[in-house]
Write a protein that binds this ligand. Structure first.
Ligand SMILES: Nc1ncnc2c1ncn2[C@@H]1O[C@H](COP(=O)(O)OP(=O)(O)OP(=O)(O)O)[C@@H](O)[C@H]1O
Length: 321
């Protein structure tokens, strides 16, 4: 800035961009003795220095509060820019044995940590549709917390991790609807839950509808997907929907990889879609062996389509360098 203009501004007591931008142009001219052209230049400079870079609506929403739930692994959190988004639906899909449920269980533990440790200081509701809830594995993950977060031993001994995971079973769509419209809102409204896991939805729709019932199926799917989207937004929940998929065969009979099967009306309700693939290679660490997996961001409004190799250990799912 021109030193003469600078000294005129400081003699008038205008020290900050805010001071300048709050005063009408004519008053600025009067108190500084500057010309209209000089004042206009000062205001243009102040406005461009004051303005922050443009943000998308999602970035603004995410910046308002704690916006992510950590997965409890720095590399996976880095892939997802902090974790799963609050106030939106994340879909995680992959073949059987890929490790989807392992990630969901890990989140049920992570959500219970305070916000400065990546959690939401709350509990989780886990809705099983096909399989029974893997209670032993959850206990094992809880038992591993002392080893995984040694700096938080005092905190981990205070949290009763297993008391804050509410397990629901919904064997058909009617029970799922009841659960989502009555029991889940009750838990959420009491502040007991900030994570909702649905394991899995595609199975229910596959078993209840024939191919010829596509119209009714789509109607139900739209109503169901808007219900979970509303729940996530109304209560600022993290919603994780797990879907198992089978390999899709291409025309030559080879596998073109797994693909989610619920169609476009479902995809439109999903904010982030992640794919977990189990690969044929194995990795070892500290005497433990695991099949290699790849966790991939398939789509998201705020993440690039990156991927990360991961493995499942006794302590949970971890990214590999
Ligand atoms: N205690 C453990 N220690 C190490 N790895 C484990 C442990 N428990 C499970 N795993 C790994 O996780 C895999 C099962 O993962 P998970 O149950 O999450 O699969 P999934 O993707 O949910 O499959 P499905 O769709 O069939 O439920 C096992 O094959 C094993 O590799």
């Amino acid at each position: 800035m021109d030193p003469q203009v600078q000294s005129a501004l400081s003699s008038a007591g205008l020290q900050t961009y805010k001071d300048l931008l709050m005063v009408p142009v004519t008053d600025l001219m009067k108190v500084t003795g500057l010309s209209f052209k000089q004042v206009e230049q000062v205001l243009t400079n102040a406005a461009s220095a004051w303005r922050s870079p443009p943000l998308t609506a999602l970035q603004m929403k995410l910046s308002l509060s704690v916006h992510c739930l950590s997965l409890g692994c720095p590399l996976m959190d880095e892939l997802l820019k902090g974790g799963l988004p609050v106030g939106g639906v994340t879909e995680l899909y992959g073949q059987s044995g890929a490790g989807k449920t392992q990630i969901a269980l890990q989140l049920c533990v992570s959500v219970q940590y305070p916000q400065d440790q990546g959690g939401l200081d709350s509990g989780a509701v886990f809705i099983c549709t096909e399989d029974s809830f893997p209670v032993k594995r959850l206990q094992q993950l809880i038992g591993e917390q002392h080893r995984l977060r040694p700096q938080l031993t005092a905190l981990t001994s205070q949290i009763n991790f297993s008391d804050n995971v509410y397990i629901e079973h919904a064997a058909d769509l009617a029970s799922l609807r009841l659960c989502l419209s009555q029991r889940v809102p009750l838990l959420v409204a009491r502040g007991l839950v900030r994570l909702l896991v649905l394991d899995s939805i595609a199975a229910l729709f596959r078993s209840e509808f024939q191919a010829s019932d596509w119209m009714e199926r789509n109607k139900q799917l739209i109503s169901f997907s808007s219900k979970i989207k509303d729940l996530s937004q109304q209560f600022n929940l993290v919603v994780l929907c797990i879907n198992q998929v089978t390999d899709v065969m291409d025309q030559s009979g080879g596998s073109s990889g797994p693909s989610p099967s619920l169609g476009l009306c479902w995809s439109n309700s999903v904010m982030v879609r992640l794919r977990l693939t189990r690969l044929p290679q194995w990795v070892s660490e500290g005497g433990q062996h695991s099949a290699l997996r790849r966790l991939e961001v398939e789509f998201s409004p705020h993440l690039p389509p990156h991927s990360l190799p991961v493995a499942v250990w006794r302590g949970g799912v971890r990214g590999l360098q």
